[in-house]
Ligand binder design. Structure first.
Ligand code: FES
Length: 146
């Protein structure tokens, strides 16, 4: 079945089964490989993208659920965005695998709350990082708000 979608402000049309997770459409059909596969069960957050400005775990989001919504992946985040700049300055990534999802979660948080409290950061930044970069992630989020 054909599906139309808007990703990073570009229009695409892809042929895929309706239950194909958005993650695999992004990676296999659109070659947007910055979005990662971790658990495949909606738990780890490595596959986080923004759909109409809200963080969504794309491994568990069937392509047929997209209805004229706009998808933003890590490739669509402005390199000058304060979150990206802070991530570089703090040098957050270790292996880097989960970081696109972490950055998109932080972008969402900062878009919605310009001055997040510790509780806001804790509740928004729930993606798993196997390297344990949580202290650096917290510092980078704080730096993004300055
Ligand atoms: Fe989607 Fe883990 S790969 S939440």
């Amino acid at each position: 079945m054909k599906h139309s979608l808007v990703v990073n402000d570009k229009n695409y049309s892809v042929e895929a089964d309706s239950d194909t997770p958005l993650l695999w459409v992004l990676r296999d059909h659109l070659q947007l490989n910055g979005t990662k596969f971790g658990c495949g069960e909606g738990l780890c957050g490595a596959c986080t993208v923004l759909i109409d400005g809200n963080p969504v775990r794309s491994c568990s989001y069937p392509i047929s659920s997209l209805k004229d919504q706009s998808v933003i992946t890590i490739e669509g985040v402005d390199p000058e965005h304060p979150v990206v700049q802070a991530w570089k300055e703090i040098d957050v990534p270790q292996c880097g695998y989960c970081q696109s999802g972490q950055i998109l979660s932080a972008v969402d948080l900062l878009d919605k709350t310009s001055n997040p409290t510790d509780e806001d950061v804790q509740s928004a930044m729930r993606n798993i990082c196997r390297c344990g970069t949580y202290p650096e992630i917290k510092k980078a989020v704080e730096l993004s708000t300055e």
